[in-house]
Design a protein around this ligand. Structure first.
Ligand SMILES: Nc1nc2c(ncn2[C@@H]2O[C@H](COP(=O)(O)OP(=O)(O)OP(=O)(O)O)[C@@H](O)[C@H]2O)c(=O)[nH]1
Ligand SMILES: [Mg+2]
Length: 246
């Protein structure tokens, strides 16, 4: 499995990421792209070039996780120094890659293996990884941790309406009851397409006590195409007034 991660809008990442992804694909690897769009204030040209790069990356990868530095404004309220704000996004990308790797490399009670991950990733299209860990095994708290995480949610967006493929993994100690587990899974399934291909895994680990960790890879999300249209529209509305940094 190969992750191709690039900040888009400059020369190297925008140009090289799709080529590297295609090369990896040609070797039969499973290829997940992670593309970070630049801030709007970095200039309309850079944003346009980033979107073109993103579309190229989508053609070269099995699926692409789209992230946008612009959304860091919501998380940091604009008050972090630039370097620290970038780190928030970088940590999220690290956590995303680690979470997916752990699902398939660490043994589970209901096991999820690389072939399962491949099935979901190969469904293709737009993807997102949602994750969260709650201190308690109460379903409301678990769902809050995944869907209302104060950093993850604004950056990734909590919605995945109509998604057609999902890998859902739950790690828990000895306190999550069967009913609570069903409640969490049903709530997370709510937005998915009726004929979703859902693969789920469960790891029980007594050392987790009451804690519950959920990792969800959602692929083939139709809505994200609309988000690109939104970006295009916002580019148009930015017009000439934006200072060109490029
Ligand atoms: N979150 C985050 N975004 C970054 C980071 N570095 C760059 N970016 C974003 O990614 C975009 C592209 O980064 P560049 O450093 O210009 O990309 P490059 O591929 O090195 O481009 P050239 O230097 O022109 O070859 C920037 O406009 C930023 O918005 C980083 O460390 N973290
Ligand atoms: Mg550079």
């Amino acid at each position: 499995m190969v992750f191709v991660i690039a900040g888009m809008g400059g020369g190297t990442g925008t140009g090289a990421a799709p080529v590297i992804a295609q090369y990896a694909r040609d070797t039969e690897a499973l290829v997940v792209g992670v593309a970070v769009l630049p801030f709007k204030t970095e200039g309309i040209k850079r944003r346009e070039s980033a979107i073109k790069g993103l579309l190229n990356l989508k053609n070269s990868c099995h699926c692409v996780i789209e992230l946008d530095n612009e959304k860091l404004n919501d998380v940091t309220k604009g008050k972090y120094p630039m370097g620290k704000a970038f780190e928030v996004m970088d940590d999220l990308i690290t956590e995303t890659v680690q979470s997916l790797s752990e699902i398939v490399t660490e043994p589970s009670t209901i096991n999820v293996d690389f072939a399962d991950l491949r099935k979901i990733v190969e469904t293709g299209g737009n993807a997102k990884v949602l994750y969260g860990e709650s201190e308690s095994s109460e379903p409301g708290n678990v769902l809050d941790a995944v869907l209302c995480n104060p950093i993850l949610s604004p950056l990734v967006g909590p919605h995945y309406q109509g998604a057609e493929a999902v890998l859902l993994h739950i790690s828990t100690g000895n306190e999550l009851t069967l009913n609570s587990c069903h409640e969490v899974v049903s709530a997370l399934e709510y937005e998915l397409s009726d004929d979703v291909n859902l693969i789920w895994g469960l790891r029980t680990d007594d050392s987790m006590g009451s804690r519950v960790k959920v990792v969800m890879l959602v692929a083939s999300i139709p809505e994200s195409e609309l988000e690109i249209e939104d970006v295009k529209e916002s580019l148009t509305s930015l017009g000439e007034s934006v200072q060109m940094i490029n």
